[in-house]
Ligand binder design. Structure first.
Ligand code: UDX
Length: 435
């Protein structure tokens, strides 16, 4: 099947490359000429493990193409996926749909033969209805159908998440559209991935419900961690023990400095707004947003206390800047809140991140960037672990201690064993590791 992906950002590029790898012929379209030129030259504009190789292999096989011309992309396509961003609207928290609707209009103008317009961008309930109206202004109704196909890709694991999904969700009405969607995902269905067919509005809601539930799960264990610090519990044992309950599950119960990224923050705000507009407010979700925002600030207090009550004039080494490991993405990263507040309190910050430094440098003025973890630690009065990159887990702790001016470690991801750290003479402060 020939498929057009409108938007070659994170979701469009990963989804397009994986669909090509299934044997479909895929054309990824993007307005950004530099991005398309880079892709045609074999360079991936985003850091995602395995993506460059997947793109190159499918380009060589003649199944994956890149263009800025949507008409070229749509030629002969039986499906056109909308994979453009839906950022948070300033102020009110809703999703900015203008890029989705602009793409819908351009798709409508380019329709020649029957095509299923598939919205993969995370969108408020009813977005597919709006897309349908926009396309209908430009193309006869018997020449298209609209479907919802939300993505559940985690950055750093996106290819696996696409190829071995827990489920594929398809919101579609009409037999013709359903047949096209079934053919697109046939390879996954044959591999046993559950395909959930439902209505478009339900599919749109499933995406928000899934993401916000995961954000809630993370926020819940973060609050349990705070309680552990008051009552003397160990949150890692709590997470392990409750996670053994199959109804709960252990994943997304790792405490940290708060969630970030391009999805959780945006989707939690969008869902609260959507629920208020529908006169069915979700107070749990409203609270979750507030708790998460305050948590990032609260981490600064933890660091200041670990440094004896003040960081004025102190050199703080920070390992990890991206919102999670295995990505170069700095969107809504906790480091963007924590580091400036430490600087305002008088600290000098030196940081290292395996992939995020280039983007972080544009967002964190005044922060020094080291060439590696040990260089980062040299002469620092404290080490703060903000992102749990694997590269930090096996550091030579004796060498860490020798490099630090003061053996203070604030581990916001609990990657180091507390007992070992304390036996080695570190002043070790984790998350939720007892009073
Ligand atoms: C998320 C969803 O997982 C994915 O299904 C959806 O399609 C897009 O949004 P992503 O934002 O890439 O994916 O990252 P994820 O791994 O979910 O982590 C989100 C945030 O939660 C990160 O800041 C991460 O550090 C934090 N997190 C996650 C925790 O603090 N603890 C955990 O146990 C898991």
């Amino acid at each position: 099947m020939r498929i057009a992906m409108i938007g070659s950002g994170y979701v469009g590029l990963v989804s397009g490359a994986c669909l090509a790898d299934f044997g479909h012929e895929v054309v990824c379209v993007d307005k950004d000429e530099a991005k398309i030129a880079a892709l045609n030259a074999g360079q991936s504009p985003i850091y995602e493990p395995g993506l460059s190789e997947l793109v190159a292999a499918n380009q060589r096989a003649g199944r994956l193409f890149f263009t800025t011309d949507i008409r070229e992309g749509m030629r002969g396509a039986q499906a056109a996926f909308i994979c453009v961003g839906t950022p948070t609207l300033p102020g009110e928290g809703g999703a900015d749909m203008r890029y989705v609707y602009q793409a819908a209009g351009e798709i409508g103008d380019a329709i020649e033969t029957f095509v299923v317009v598939v919205n993969k961008s995370t969108s408020p309930i009813g977005a597919c209805d709006a897309i349908e109206s926009i396309v209908a202004e430009r193309a006869p109704r018997d020449k298209f159908a609209v479907a919802s196909n939300p993505e559940f890709l985690r950055e750093g694991a996106a290819i696996d998440d696409f190829k071995q999904p827990d489920r594929v969700v398809i919101g579609v009405e009409g037999e013709a559209a359903r047949r096209v969607m079934r053919e697109i995902y046939q390879p996954l269905e044959r591999n046993g991935s559950p395909i959930v067919y439902t209505t478009r509005r339900t599919a749109e809601l499933i995406k928000y419900a899934a993401n916000v539930f995961l954000a809630m799960k993370v926020t819940f264990i973060n609050e349990i961690a705070d309680l552990c610090e008051r009552v003397g519990g160990d949150v890692m044992d709590v997470a392990h023990a409750i996670g053994l309950d199959k109804r709960i599950g252990r994943r997304f119960l790792n405490p940290g400095p708060g969630f970030g990224g391009s999805c959780f923050p945006k989707d939690t705000l969008a869902l609260t707004k959507l629920a208020i507009d529908a006169r069915s407010p979700m107070r749990l979700v409203e609270t979750l947003v507030d708790v998460n925002d305050k948590r990032k600030v609260a981490m600064v207090g933890k660091i200041v206390r670990a440094c004896g009550g003040s960081v004025k004039g102190k050199r703080i080494a920070v390992l990890g800047l991206t919102y999670k490991p295995n990505t170069d993405d700095m969107r809504d990263a906790p480091s963007l809140v924590i580091l400036p507040l430490l600087q305002q309190a008088g600290a000098t910050i030196v940081a290292f991140d395996p992939e995020g430094a280039a983007q972080a440098a544009k967002l964190l003025p005044g922060v020094e960037f080291a060439s590696g973890p040990y260089a980062c630690l040299e002469g620092a009065d404290a080490l703060v672990v903000v992102t749990e990159w694997d590269a930090f887990r096996a550091l030579d702790l004796a060498r860490v201690k020798a490099a630090l001016r003061e053996p203070v470690v604030v581990d916001l991801r609990n990657i180091y064993p507390q007992s070992v750290m304390r036996e080695m003479g570190f002043k070790y402060v984790g998350i939720g590791r007892g009073a």
